[in-house]
Design a protein around this ligand. Sequence first.
Ligand code: NAD
Length: 488
Amino acid sequence: MTLTFDPSTRLVIGGRSVESVSGATFATLNPATGQELAKVSEGSAEDMDRAVAAARDAFDNGPWGRMSPAERRGLLKRFALLVEANADELAMLESLEAGKPIFDTSTIDLPETVACLMWHAELADKVYDQASPSGPGVVSTIVREPIGVVGAVLPWNYPLMMAAWKIGPALAAGNTMVLKPAEQTSLSTIRIGELATEAGLPDGVLNVVPGFGETAGQALGLHTDVDCVGFTGSTEVGRMFLRYSADSNLKRVLLECGGKNPMVVMSDAEDLDKVAAAACESIFWNAGQNCSSNSRLLLHESVADDVLARIDEAMHEWIVGDPLDPETRVGAIIESAHMDKILGNIQKAKDEGATLRAGGGRTRVDSGGWFVEPTIFTEVSRDMTVAREEVFGPVLSVSTFAHADEGIAMANDTDYGLHASVFTSNVRSAHLAARMLKAGTVSINTYSEGDMSTPFGGYGLSGFGGRDNGVHAHEQYTETKTIWLDLA
Ligand code: NAD
């Protein structure tokens, strides 16, 4: 039997699969082999105009805006169930295009994508408006309305999960959308667009325009008929979206950007095996290409040797391999340029005097793909580049501290502030640390940074304007309107 791989590669506009105006395509590659997977239609500014026009028409004139929230809930649940029914195909697309282990895409990415869509679908008819305490002479209500056309510009590291984090709340709140997937990972997002049509979402409610950042992404950011852009990606590009907004129509901009997240292990941390397992999972999951990974491990000097010895053991579980092998825990790096950047950071850490304890090189070279060994540096000082800049790869930097206050100060010595973990058995110091750490999420005695009900986003260079997940995400995709009725 010959297996054929024939993914959908075209834009989804107005409920239909269409070619780009120019007919141009670009290659999408398999990071595990370096081979071309497919040619994807390349969206341009003109295609963005078409998609935004379809989304605007669906918002202003289509049935979506006239539906009751309960009807929207029903359609969005049907959409979530259809994604679930196609989870195997979508997990495979994610693995092939992003180099992610099939174990992760099938047990984490897809279930969480479905859970997110379902959670927000359920919220559609459960958020109440308000009445203000303005006295008996008036009826004053404060209502939440959809903003209008929402653009979503997405990263490649969790293509579907990050898409769902935007689609779920934005559509549940009644907006229409245009998605721009990262150019490295278009296929699963295109498929999601098709499934939205199949699920019965009205034409134009969810449009997908694959293409490059400098063209399609910029066109979306500058579009004067887009009311809001939700972006996940690098801080550098996030800044551009603020400029695009300032230079166009002051659209709302919501940014989820990078991180240089600390894991602080106090002298009284109870279960050092758990610490070691969490440290490895945090930095090696998704080959470290994770904005909330704890890339800085800060150890109290009294437990440092013990924790490091346990990490040496725990690392054996993090097997680098073919992403389609169910045993693989560390897949490929998204592209060769990013692999080179990670290897460059490793070299720089060595040059700056950090001690290489594990890994440090490229691996599986014969596969033709881009793989980096799980890597650990110890004796990292605060001013070294590996302690300050986001590597976005499987590279852990380990430093020690002598007093709890010093550990917290080191943790906060960053321009980012997405996520921080602290391990301690003392409830009081756990709470104190949680209050003192500058981060959008502080996890205590775990690496996990929350669930669908908890807002996710960062301080400082880690984000701007809002939070993903939870009721907070739903509200940020709405406008607040006051309706004032004078009874006199
Ligand atoms: P990126 O910023 O290069 O790309 C993100 C998106 O922006 C892509 O769709 C890309 O095409 C688009 N883009 C690129 N240049 C553009 C431009 N000039 N104008 C408009 N759009 C443009 O980031 P990436 O490499 O995809 O992802 C890695 C970064 O994302 C890391 O810094 C990581 O920390 C961050 N990230 C953050 C979160 C979070 O929730 N905070 C989640 C995942 C990733």
